[in-house]
Design a protein around this ligand. Structure first.
Ligand SMILES: NC(=O)C1=CN([C@@H]2O[C@H](COP(=O)(O)OP(=O)(O)OC[C@H]3O[C@@H](n4cnc5c(N)ncnc54)[C@H](O)[C@@H]3O)[C@@H](O)[C@H]2O)C=CC1
Ligand SMILES: O=C(O)/C=C/C=C(\O)C(=O)O
Length: 515
C-alpha cells in the first residue's frame, strides 16, 4: 500500500491534498487521531501557503470551462456525485465516526443520506433556477445568475462532510470551482469526497481539497486575491479573522458561527414533548451549533420538567459511537474536552448546581486522552462505559442556579452541557431568550398557536422551531443573526451568494438589424 494511503476500518483514504485532479504530497504531515480511543488514523498533508496558491490556481484554471458547462450537464455531474456518496455511504459513515467520534447510527441514517441529498437538491434547483425579466417603459431588464469564480470553503469537525457538501454542492451548481479546507480534526471524508467526485466525472480543478491547519493553509486561502467567495462555518473568533482578511480584497463571505440558542418551555406545552426536545440537545455530545443549550421553563412546570429531564439525561448511554446502543460518544479532541470541562468548573465555582453530571472525579478533568473516563469515574451500569473504551467522554450535564449574565449562560460551550432557568411571564421569556450576543436558532414548546406566533415574531434567530427541533428543508434560508453569522445559505439564497447576479437592460427598438 502507498505511504500516502491510510486504512480506517478497512477503508483506504488518501492523506494527500487533491489539487487540479492530482494527489499532491506535502513536505510535512500531522497525525490525525481518533477521539474514540486515541488510535492514530493517518499522517495527513500539512498544507502551506504554497499549497493554497496551487489550489487557487487550479480552481481558477478550471473555472471558465466549468462555468460554461451547460446547467443540465453540471446538474447531471452533481447527481453522479450523489450516486457515488450513496454507493459508498457505509464507508463514509464508518470513516467519519472514527474521525470525529459522532454516532455511527446517525451517520448511517441521517448524516450521509443528507450529504447525498445536498448534491441532489442543488442539482435539481439548478435546473429550475429562473431568469427573471422585468419591463420598464418598454425596456427589458433581464436578471441572470453568473458563476462567480473560485470559492474557498472552510469547514469544522462537528459535522464534517454534511457541512462541506452543504457549501460545495451549491457552489459547484452555481458554476463556481471549489477549494475545500476541512478541519484538521476531521480531515478524512473530504478526501473520500475528492475520490467520489473524480469517479463521477467532475473535471480536474473543479473540486480541490487542501488539508492542514487553519492559520497555515486556511488563512492564505482566504487572503488570496483570486478567490471570489469564502464560506466558513466555525467559531466566532476565527470568523472574525476571516472577515478581516477577506475585507482586503472585498471578497464576499458567508459566515455560520456559534450559537447559544434557547429552548422555551411554556406551561401549556406537552411536557413529555418538551423533555424529548431538551434531551435531543445532547446529540453529537452537544457539539452542534444549533443546539438549544439554554433551557428556559415557565415557573409552574419548572420543577416537574427539571425532574423528568434530569432523569432522562442521567439514563443516556455514553460510550463507543460505533455501538448502536450508544447515545453519547466522545468529544472530538482533548482541547475540546478541556474547554468544556473549564466552562463547567467555572460555572460550579460561580454557584451553579449540577443536577446531572458535571463533576470531574477527584478534581481531575472529566476524561482524558487516550485513556480517560467518565467525569464521575464510573462506568454506566451496562459496562459499556467510557472508562473501558478510553477516549474523551464528558457526561451529559444539567446545571441550575445560573445567572443570566454568567459565562455559562452567555458563551457557547459546544459540549453536552445544558443550563436550566425559569421565567414567569412571556415578556421575560422573550427577554431571556434574546439576551445573548448570538442569534442562530430558538426552539419553543407550547400548546398555544397564538403564543407561538407572538413569541416567534420577537425572537432574534435565523431559525425558530415550534414543538420540533432540527427539521431541515434545504429550500429555506439557513444562518444566524448577530454574532451567529453573516448571510444566509439554502435554496436560492445559496445561488444568490455563490453567483454574481447581473441585470441586463435593453432599450426598446434599439437594434440596428442589418441581417
Ligand atoms: N458554528 C459551528 O458549527 C462550530 C462552532 N465551533 C466553535 O468553535 C470552537 C473552537 O473550535 P475550532 O475547531 O477551534 O474552530 P475554528 O473556527 O478555529 O475552526 C473551524 C475551521 O476553521 C479553520 N481555521 C482556523 N483558523 C483559521 C484561519 N485563521 N483562517 C482560515 N481558517 C481557519 C480550521 O482549520 C477549521 O477548518 C468550538 O468549541 C465551538 O464553540 C466549532 C466548530 C463548528
Ligand atoms: O443542517 C445543516 O445544514 C447544518 C447543520 C449544522 C450543524 O449541525 C452544526 O454546525 O452543528
Amino acid at each position: 500500500m502507498s505511504e500516502h494511503l491510510t486504512t480506517v476500518a478497512g477503508v483506504a483514504v488518501d492523506t494527500r491534498h487533491f489539487i487540479g485532479g492530482e494527489r499532491i504530497a506535502a513536505t510535512e504531515t500531522f497525525t490525525d487521531v481518533s477521539p474514540i480511543d486515541g488510535t492514530p488514523l493517518g499522517e495527513i498533508a500539512r498544507g502551506t501557503g504554497t499549497d493554497a496558491a496551487a489550489a487557487v490556481a487550479a480552481a481558477k484554471a478550471a473555472f471558465p470551462g466549468w462555468a460554461a458547462t451547460p446547467r443540465a450537464e453540471r446538474a447531471r455531474l452533481l447527481e453522479a456525485v450523489a450516486d457515488g456518496v450513496e454507493k459508498r455511504l457505509e464507508e463514509l459513515a464508518v470513516v467519519e465516526t472514527h474521525d470525529n467520534g459522532a454516532l455511527l447510527r446517525s451517520h448511517r441514517r441521517g448524516v450521509m443520506p443528507r450529504v447525498a441529498h445536498n448534491f441532489r437538491f442543488f442539482a435539481d434547483r439548478l435546473r429550475t433556477l429562473g431568469h427573471e425579466d422585468f419591463e420598464t417603459c418598454g425596456h427589458t431588464q433581464h436578471v441572470s445568475w453568473d458563476p462567480a469564480g473560485p470559492c474557498v470553503l472552510i469547514t469544522p469537525w462537528n459535522a464534517p462532510l454534511l457541512l462541506a457538501t452543504w457549501k460545495a454542492a451549491p457552489a459547484l451548481a452555481a458554476g463556481g470551482t471549489v477549494i475545500l479546507k476541512p478541519s484538521e480534526w476531521s480531515p478524512l471524508t473530504a478526501s473520500l469526497l475528492a475520490d467520489i467526485a473524480t469517479a463521477a466525472g467532475l473535471p480536474p480543478g473543479v473540486l480541490n481539497v487542501v488539508q492542514g491547519y487553519g492559520p497555515e493553509v486556511g488563512a492564505p486561502l482566504v487572503a488570496h486575491p483570486e478567490v471570489r467567495r469564502v464560506s466558513f462555518t466555525g467559531s466566532v473568533p476565527t470568523g472574525r479573522r476571516i472577515a478581516a482578511s477577506a475585507a482586503a480584497h472585498l471578497t464576499p463571505l458567508s459566515l455560520e458561527l456559534g450559537g447559544k440558542s434557547p429552548l422555551l418551555v411554556f406551561a401549556d406545552a406537552d411536557l413529555e414533548l418538551a423533555v424529548d426536545l431538551a434531551v435531543e440537545q445532547y446529540d453529537n455530545a452537544g457539539q452542534v451549533c444549533l443546539a438549544a443549550t439554554r433551557i428556559l421553563v415557565e415557573e409552574p412546570v419548572a420543577a416537574e420538567f427539571g425532574r423528568r429531564l434530569a432523569e432522562r439525561a442521567a439514563r443516556l448511554r455514553q460510550g463507543d459511537p460505533r455501538d448502536a446502543a450508544t447515545d453519547l460518544g466522545p468529544l472530538v479532541h482533548p482541547r475540546q474536552l478541556e474547554k468544556v470541562d473549564g466552562f463547567v468548573r467555572r460555572a460550579l465555582a460561580a454557584g451553579a448546581r449540577a443536577v446531572v453530571g458535571g463533576h470531574a472525579a477527584g478534581g481531575q478533568p472529566a476524561g482524558g486522552h487516550p485513556a480517560g473516563g467518565r467525569a464521575d469515574g464510573r462506568d454506566p451500569g451496562d459496562g459499556r462505559g467510557a472508562a473501558r473504551e478510553g477516549g474523551l467522554y464528558y457526561p451529559p450535564t444539567l446545571l441550575t442556579d445560573v445567572a443570566q449574565d454568567s459565562e455559562i449562560v452567555q458563551e457557547e460551550v459546544f459540549g453536552p452541557v445544558l443550563t436550566l432557568q425559569t421565567f414567569t411571564t412571556e415578556d421575560e421569556a422573550v427577554h431571556l431568550a434574546n439576551d445573548t450576543r448570538f442569534g442562530l436558532a430558538a426552539t419553543l414548546a407550547t400548546g398555544d398557536h397564538e403564543r407561538a406566533r407572538r413569541v416567534t415574531a420577537q425572537l432574534v434567530a435565523g431559525t425558530v422551531w415550534v414543538n420540533c427541533f432540527y427539521v431541515r428543508d434545504l429550500r429555506a434560508p439557513f444562518g444566524g443573526s448577530r454574532h451567529s453569522g453573516v448571510g444566509r445559505e439554502g435554496g436560492d439564497w445559496s445561488f444568490d451568494f455563490y453567483c454574481d447576479l447581473k441585470t441586463t437592460v435593453t432599450a426598446p427598438n434599439g437594434w440596428t438589424d442589418h441581417g
